[in-house]
Design a binder for this molecule. Structure first.
Ligand SMILES: *Cc1c(COP(=O)(O)O)cnc(C)c1O
Ligand code: SF4
Length: 347
């Protein structure tokens, strides 16, 4: 970085730490907002929201990336992006029957620490407990990552996969698998590619939306080079989540031949209207992403205020079907513990 020193000596740019090879996305991630007071201040929101935000964040921490923050409308407590991340007093209220800590039977599906095998031909690896943002409706907000996490016991997961030639697809999940650095991810891919019966590698990640800088050329090149067909399922709930930086990240992945899908969760006060859902599908199409699932909320304790009742969800989905070409209609689905697949509802 000789040129840097030259310019620094000339007083033109601030000094950067010597040999800081932390990737830009990790530096950006480190500047994420975790203090409720700072979130309210930066968005010019009513400080009266603070005590409840603090109390709810003590149970499940606040976490917001700067690119996400930049897409929130300042001063609007009902902003659909804000609602996904702002801790509220409702999270601490008594929850309706059926809302619990393990809503989809993940713990019963564990076959090795951090490996879930629920569905035919597909196994899911919990690669990390970390996420770039904390979604208040997260179905794994109570998941015991410490004990069930493949990073700690990858050999056990690989041994299970080796014994099961019927598994054709491995799904990297979490937490968020793209929180792993490029080197760790590459090592994991090396190990998976060595299993001859695997055909597909799928990643479920929110990072391409909440921190699109994560989609580095190294990552794109590694996915493109894999012998496994690469599938990426992103997670956007509202059209305003998609900005130019998300578009660029998707274009790079698209050019590399990664198949791109989106899943959303139907959330009260975020996307429970036909206009938002239709525009989301249109925006996804614009950036080369295929709408896949629209999930009913998993009944996780602390998220009941996000619930849209099933009858209303079906009506919304029918209205959406009447608006969009069939290929832009996400499948309305719910996850039922013990079922052989996601349960499809509606049109
Ligand atoms: C949702 C899920 C899958 C993937 O299901 P698809 O219908 O193929 O998207 C696989 N394994 C587990 C444990 C899941 O929860
Ligand atoms: S990114 Fe996914 S796993 Fe992480 S908090 Fe959000 S919903 Fe939960």
């Amino acid at each position: 970085m000789l040129w840097v020193n030259r310019y620094y000596r000339a007083g033109m740019i601030p000094r950067i730490p010597a040999r800081d090879d932390t990737p830009a996305w990790q530096r950006l991630l480190a500047r994420s907002i975790t203090d409720p007071a700072e979130l309210l201040r930066r968005l010019r929101l009513d400080p009266a929201l603070l005590p409840a935000a603090r109390a709810a964040a003590a149970r499940f921490r606040l976490r917001v990336t700067l690119p996400w923050l930049a897409r929130i409308r300042p001063g609007d407590p009902h902003d659909p992006l804000l609602r996904q991340v702002l801790p509220l007093g409702e999270e601490l209220a008594p929850q309706p029957p059926g809302f619990g800590p393990d809503p989809v039977g993940d713990l019963a599906a564990g076959r090795a620490p951090g490996l879930l095998h629920k569905y035919h031909g597909r196994a899911l690896l919990i690669t990390t407990g970390a996420c770039a943002i904390h979604c208040r409706y997260c179905f794994r907000r109570h998941y015991p990552y410490g004990e069930h996490n493949a990073a700690a016991a990858l050999d056990d997961s690989l041994a299970y996969l080796r014994r099961r030639p019927d598994i054709e697809e491995v799904i990297l999940s979490g937490g968020d698998p793209l929180m792993l650095g490029d080197a760790r991810l590459a090592a994991l891919l090396d190990a998976l590619e060595a299993l001859p019966h695997l055909r597909r590698l799928r990643l479920h990640s929110r990072l391409p939306v909440v921190l699109p800088q994560r989609v580095t050329p190294t990552l794109v090149a590694r996915l493109a080079a894999s012998r496994l067909a690469a599938v990426l399922v992103i997670h956007a709930n509202h059209p305003r989540e998609i900005d130019d930086s998300v578009t660029e990240a998707m274009q790079a992945l698209n050019r590399a031949g990664v198949r791109l899908f989106n899943q959303s969760v139907l959330l009260r006060g975020v996307n429970d209207d036909v206009d938002s859902l239709a525009e989301l599908s249109e925006r996804l199409f614009d950036i080369g992403v295929q709408p896949y699932y629209l999930h009913l909320l998993d009944p996780v304790a602390g998220a009941a205020h996000f619930e849209v009742p099933e009858a209303e969800a079906r009506a919304l989905h029918a209205a959406l079907a009447a608006r969009l070409p069939g290929y832009l209609l996400p499948r309305l689905a719910r996850e039922q513990a013990g079922a052989p697949a996601k349960t499809l509802l509606g049109a």
